[in-house]
Design a protein around this ligand. Structure first.
Ligand code: FAD
Length: 552
């Protein structure tokens, strides 16, 4: 197969136009085109009203060799790359201890799946419940203001990404095409086929729930075991004669101990008690930067119009997304801060995402159709370990958690101490006055919002940075700083506040056999990158058990 990239066609082209474009670009006649498949389809919306689709196509032609010679040096006519996944090894007939995977989010799920597919029969533990029960528990917070601290948006089968927009794009370097393996497994589990080729794939919450169940069944059919409501509360560690620490298993909240020489820690960014346990056990951790801010909501039609102009509403384009960044001037005291949009959810809702009682945290989700009336995204300010000191001056690697907890508790109080979130209209926020009533935009956050001033919800430098950024975003998306747009707070769990640092073998810097992985360990951000990290860690675990590469 030959891959032809960067083929541009108008948004409303037909099948014949695509065929004609291929024939013209390769300068061949119809008889030389046996067939083609779309490898990727994106769009260029920079010229509103004249949006183009950009294709990468895999071309089946008997003249492949000749064409590759003729177009040698043309970066857009190349052999189709081999993106198929190859297992690095396979399990020995007898395993002394089965590997343990802690966490069944995207990272643990893929670590478990790959280990199971190689024959290692992993045991996977998650503190939360299976996904259907978990869905009911999560709705209890959204509808009845009842939080289940072990079964919520953050904890349980499928991990943090289950109630989400299910966006699957990522900026990670992926020379081994692990992302392709992730997407292929998602399609096998029930995701729409288009995620294999559209440039910004998404799945939506409803389908994710069923997919996660299907993937659990696959792992179990391969001899893996998944145990829910099993929180890991401690690690078994011993030290050898050379002074090297080795993990030997885990202790569960029930007191049960499970022996293992390989433990994957795919905890997610909200397992604060588990980070505390790791720190108490002297596992090497360090504080890392993350971001804090608010969710912003606009009518989706405002975003569609600003991004797509007269072509807004076209079925191929769907609900418009955006990505914005502003590098602050620093004229509000101190250095300039970067403010950026994050986790944008077109046609979605803002959700209550706390896992701790007495705290309020926002996030966003949507269904596959993305047809809710509002667009939402986090608008966040980058912060660094030096910013954590006012909340925990001890220099502990966990200081970022102290900052998160303080802001989430303050948001709870500002919201009325009943899991409502504090909110403010953008116009009022920019003018520095409290909001008293809604305008044209109704917030989607459940169980509700309390209008007022958000000025005390974040440190002053973050409020100043967001105030500076919103008018500059207005210049890129007309209507962005509209008076009635709603800010809801607080967004504090944008990524992990700690890194469980690992070495080249993907093991903890100071504890052999412990494999920190995914978002909680600071090695991923988002569903796709967490899943890819799970694959990498599964390969490292498998190789450490077999000691050899046995490509299959
Ligand atoms: P997690 O998914 O957080 O999974 C960690 C798992 O570990 C959890 O199930 C937890 O219960 C379990 N666990 C924790 N501690 C223990 C313990 N001590 N013992 C046993 N189990 C434990 N990303 C995107 O790419 N696209 C999106 O559209 C998107 N939308 C999101 C919407 C929401 C509402 C949220 C909350 C997140 C969203 N994200 C999105 C982020 C994405 O979900 C995460 O990046 C991703 O889930 C991280 O995967 P992970 O496996 O590393 O961790």
């Amino acid at each position: 197969m030959l891959r032809l990239t960067d083929l541009k066609l108008p948004l409303d082209h037909g099948e014949a136009a695509l065929t004609a474009a291929i024939l013209g670009r390769l300068d061949i006649d119809a008889a030389a085109l046996t067939g083609y498949t779309v490898a990727r389809r994106g769009y260029d919306a920079r010229k509103r009203g004249a949006i183009t689709l950009i294709y990468a196509l895999d071309i089946d032609t008997p003249r492949e060799a000749e064409l590759l010679r003729r177009f040698a040096g043309d970066p857009h006519v190349q052999p189709t790359p081999d993106t198929s996944y190859h297992f690095v090894t396979k399990a020995p007939p007898r395993l002394e201890h089965r590997p343990l995977v802690v966490g069944f989010g995207p990272c643990g799920l893929f670590a478990g799946l790959i280990l199971a597919q190689m024959g290692f029969r992993p045991i996977i533990l998650d503190r939360g419940k299976e996904v259907r029960e978990r869905t009911r528990d999560t709705w209890d917070l959204w509808r009845k203001r009842q939080l289940h601290p072990e079964s919520n948006v953050q904890f349980g089968e499928g991990g943090a990404g289950t109630f989400s927009d299910g966006k699957l794009h990522s900026q990670i370097r992926d020379p081994q095409h692990h992302g392709r393996k992730v997407l292929t497994e998602f399609v096998k589990a029930g995701a729409p086929e288009e995620i294999l080729y559209v440039s910004k794939p998404h799945i939506g919450t409803f389908r994710l729930v069923t997919m996660v169940e299907n993937m659990r069944a696959t792992i179990e059919s391969l001899g893996g075991e998944i145990r829910f409501s099993q929180r890991v509360d401690d690690l078994l560690i011993d030290t050898d004669a050379a002074g090297e620490r080795h993990v030997r298993g885990v202790t569960l909240a029930s007191g049960e101990q499970l022996r293992a020489d390989q433990v994957v820690m795919a905890l997610g960014h909200s397992a604060r008690d588990t980070f505390e346990m790791l720190h108490a056990r002297d596992v090497y951790l360090e504080a890392k930067p993350f971001s804090i801010g608010f969710r912003i909501e606009h009518p989706q039609s405002v975003i569609d119009r600003a991004r797509f102009g007269p072509q807004a509403g076209h079925p191929i384009l769907g609900a418009a997304d955006y990505k914005l960044v502003h590098h602050g001037k620093g004229n509000q005291g101190g250095r300039g801060r970067s403010v950026y949009s994050f986790c944008m959810c077109p046609g979605g809702t803002v959700v209550a995402a706390t896992s701790e009682p007495g705290r309020v945290v926002t996030n966003g989700m949507s269904q596959y159709s993305r047809n809710e009336r509002n667009a939402n995204a986090a608008v966040v300010v980058g912060i660094e370990p030096a910013d954590f000191a006012p909340f925990d001056a001890s220099g502990s690697p966990l200081a970022g958690i102290a900052l998160q907890r303080a802001l989430e508790s303050r948001a709870y109080v500002l919201g009325g101490e009943n899991y409502s979130a504090p909110a403010q209209r953008v116009g009022d926020f920019l003018a520095g006055r409290a909001s008293r009533e809604f305008g044209d935009v109704q917030p989607s956050y459940q169980p509700g919002v309390t209008l007022g001033s958000l000025d005390s919800a974040l440190p002053d430098y973050a409020i100043a940075a967001i105030r500076e950024a919103l008018p500059t975003f207005e210049r890129q998306i007309r209507g962005y700083a509209m008076h009635d747009a709603i800010l809801t707070g607080v967004e504090t769990r944008t990524s992990s506040p700690v890194r469980i640092t690992r070495d080249d073998s993907l093991q903890s810097l100071n504890t052999r056999g412990l494999y920190p992985a995914g978002e909680g360990a600071g090695y991923a951000g988002g569903i796709l990158s967490a899943a890819v990290d799970g694959i990498k860690v599964a390969e490292a675990v498998a190789l450490s058990i077999t000691g050899s590469l046995v490509p299959t």
